[in-house]
Design a protein around this ligand. Structure first.
Ligand SMILES: [Zn+2]
Length: 267
């Protein structure tokens, strides 16, 4: 599943590829995603120019002059710019065709993605209004994490993965950030000290930024979406040894998500 770094990289790529392009027509092939793709997109978008592509949490925001197209990639969604002559495949649900012949194609085998239209500011849209501050900005610092964790007894990993608290930190990066901070993922959030919150705010930003800098790969290969995240210390390594102390890592379930940590290095 694409997490914040992959969505950020998608955003930067599309911003580069699409800004200034004029929309000639829109084809909705399979409207049944998480929410139906609006059939009126053709009428709404024809003749409009894409002014910018932005991101809020894991949502992509396309400024189309008269409103915004809000897209969430879900589990397997992928957006790519292709030559207009490329025949669509089975899981290509939406085409936005530009007047230069190129086509922006939305591919999503598992159909958990979202495509909606709004003429209001995206920040006020029901899907986005409750999203917490962005972890790559200074808004998520030690003081913030300390403040929001005081009254919450939920496991710290679940706090990090709550989008209303911090935008877009998924399972992979929550595991990694807690390992680097030396904090056990099942600790009650309210038990964190102020220095631990400082450390955690720092490692959350660090693991996300490293993944962006190194170009975490998420792409369509042979009609399936291939996801090759970078090498991690703990995520997906429940049977391996700790990269820091050499001891056995431990895998548990927290909030029904796989959670891997080192019982010696993380307390
Ligand atoms: Zn260890």
């Amino acid at each position: 599943m694409p997490e914040l770094p992959e969505v950020e990289l998608t955003c930067r790529r599309l911003e580069r590829e699409l800004t200034g392009k004029r929309i000639e027509r829109v084809m909705v092939r399979a409207p049944k995603l998480r929410f139906p793709i609006p059939q009126e997109l053709h009428a709404l978008l024809t003749g409009r120019t894409i002014r910018s592509v932005g991101r809020r949490g894991k949502y992509l925001l396309f400024d189309c002059e008269t409103g915004w197209l809000i897209v969430h990639l879900g589990m397997t969604g992928f957006l790519r710019l292709l030559p207009g002559t490329t025949p669509p495949g089975r899981h290509d649900h939406l085409d936005i065709v530009f007047d230069d012949g190129a086509v922006l194609r939305f591919h999503d085998p598992r159909k958990f993605g979202t495509v909606v239209w709004t003429t209001d500011l995206p920040a006020t849209h029901p899907l986005l209004a409750a999203i917490g501050p962005e972890p790559l900005t200074a808004a998520v610092d030690g003081a913030y994490l300390f403040r929001v964790s005081r009254t919450r007894r939920v496991a710290v990993k679940q706090l990090l993965m709550n989008a209303a608290i911090v935008a877009g930190v998924g399972n992979i990066y929550a595991n990694e950030a807690l390992f680097r901070a030396g904090i056990s993922p099942d600790r009650p959030a309210s038990s964190l000290s102020r220095p631990e919150c400082e450390r955690l705010a720092h490692t959350v930003r660090e693991v996300l930024q490293e993944s962006i800098d190194q170009g975490s790969t998420y792409r369509v290969e042979e009609e399936t979406v291939a996801y090759h995240p970078l090498d991690f210390d703990v995520y997906g390594r429940g049977k391996d040894a700790c990269t820091r102390c050499g001891g056995a890592l431990k895998e548990i379930r927290l909030g029904n998500r796989s959670t891997v940590f080192c019982p010696r290095c993380q307390t």
